[in-house]
Design a protein around this ligand. Structure first.
Ligand code: EPZ
Length: 423
């Protein structure tokens, strides 16, 4: 398995170009199941999770090609409506296929996604929504079995604004003629991108201004050609890496307003930055970082996916800060690894208390999830000496060519595989 060797202390200066959003392109690729027409998606990042999703679409009977960031999906005979466990266990988002398959076949059998490092991650909100649309859901031998005589539009209130459940239900409702109303939905920008695609395919999807998502479904949907929105978690991650390393970095091809709460916090912490239409320029600074308190929340609150990279920044602040992880029950796995690099962090339930230190020191650490892995990479950039990061495959799930993008602005990161490279 690949590792990163990170030589710390190099000045970061230059431009990082942001890729298309992982968390938008995964559901949008799945939306191609709603039609037999040709479906083209541009600005698809070359990530492990994207390749897994393309394998899932192929396993379901689609013909898929992926070249220079463009995915082309065509029908290739009859679609299947069951998915092998092998693929689902690799990526929880594979459960998103349930909505489109239920809508097309009125039945689907999908392995229940297990928990992951972040926690149990149940899918009860998805299943309750499918039941409201007229399906029966049962779980047998680790599989969710969905079936419906007929599906009908419904008014569904989500008990929590789950991103995945919102997307799954939107896609199912897009093929149910009539008006489905989803209340207490997720408002992440990725949801807007999925809405735009469903509208391009012939459904009517819009916000009624009272936080409700209205989906007027159609009997049949047609293909489309779409370009994925910029990845706000990748852009936020590089802004934090630049701030932690006190570099001079322009993060380009992003949507600054998708990171507005992070930008406010960076400015409150004393990081000088310039905000453009499609870029944010993080500027060098000498003054001590002012510690901040954050609590993760559904969008537009502080993104849980940026909590780990944010924590790395706070390990270098001039004082005590606090992080309250309110979305996932186990999303502090990067903390003990940062402590091994000299950070002072105490975690208790959903709270992490951090005492800033002057400098981190390089160590041999292990990534446990994609955002925590990036947090360790950030720490390695700022630490004295060399940091070796194991299980880089976690980082590859959510960041396209991270060492390439960082080495292009002055970092010294080497990717190697101890089983293969005689390093
Ligand atoms: C999406 O996951 C993202 N993944 C996650 O990004 C992100 O952290 C998360 O949204 C929150 O923003 C993709 O988009 C592929 P949720 P999702 O349903 O949809 C609980 C990354 O780093 N819940 O909003 O699975 C759940 O356990 C990944 O890119 C239920 O209890 O997140 C969690 O505590 C990690 N029942 C909370 O809600 C349900 O039926 C938020 O989950 C569904 C969710």
């Amino acid at each position: 398995m690949d590792r990163f060797l990170v030589e710390g202390g190099h000045k970061l200066k230059g431009t990082v170009k942001i890729s298309g959003s992982k968390n938008a392109c995964l559901p949008i690729l799945v939306a191609s199941l709603l039609t037999d027409d040709k479906f083209v998606l541009h600005r698809v990042p070359n990530l492990r999770d994207v390749r897994t999703t393309l394998k899932i679409l192929t396993a379901l009977g689609k013909k898929v090609s992926y070249e220079n960031g463009t995915v082309t999906i065509c029908a290739d005979g009859k679609l299947k409506n069951t998915l092998p466990y092998e693929l689902v266990k690799q990526m929880r988002a594979s459960f998103w296929v349930a909505g489109p398959l239920l809508a097309r076949f009125k039945s689907a059998e999908i392995p229940l996604p297990g928990g992951c490092a972040l926690g149990a991650r149940p899918v009860d909100i998805h299943l309750k929504g499918f039941e409201r649309l007229g399906a029966t859901c049962k779980t047998e031998r680790g599989n969710v079995i969905l079936s419906a005589k007929e599906l009908r539009p419904a008014k569904i209130t989500l008990r929590f604004p789950s991103v995945g459940a919102t997307q799954n239900l939107m896609m199912c409702a897009a093929l149910i003629p009539g008006e489905t109303v989803l209340e207490n939905v997720a408002k992440e920008p990725e949801i807007d991108d999925v809405s735009a695609v469903l509208c391009e395919m012939g459904a009517e999807v819009f916000n009624d201004g009272k936080g409700r998502l209205i989906i007027r479904g159609k009997k049949q949907l047609h293909g489309t050609e779409h370009t994925v929105v910029a990845d706000r978690i990748e852009s936020g991650s590089y802004m934090l890496a630049a701030a932690a390393a006190r570099g001079d970095v322009r993060v380009e091809n992003c949507v600054p307003e998708h990171n507005s709460i992070l930008l406010d916090l960076l400015q409150e912490a004393g990081v000088p930055l310039e905000i453009g239409v499609d870029f944010v320029h993080i500027k060098p600074y000498d003054s001590p970082l002012k510690p901040q308190r954050i609590k993760t929340a559904p969008y537009p609150g502080f993104a849980t996916d940026l909590q780990a990279p944010w924590m790395t920044l706070m390990t270098l602040a001039g004082g005590a800060s606090e992080v309250d992880e309110d979305i996932f029950e186990n999303r502090f796995m990067h903390a003990p690894e940062l402590v091994r690099m000299g950070a002072e962090i105490l975690t208790e339930k959903s709270i992490a208390r951090i005492n800033g230190v002057k400098q981190l020191s390089g160590a041999h650490v292990m990534a446990s999830d994609l955002r925590g892995g990036f947090a360790l990479l950030m720490a390695g950039l700022c630490a004295s000496g060399t940091t070796e990061i194991e299980r880089v495959y976690h980082i590859d799930r959510g960041y396209e060519n991270p060492e390439g993008k960082l080495n292009a602005i002055g970092a010294k990161i080497t990717r190697y595989n101890p089983d293969k490279d005689d390093f």
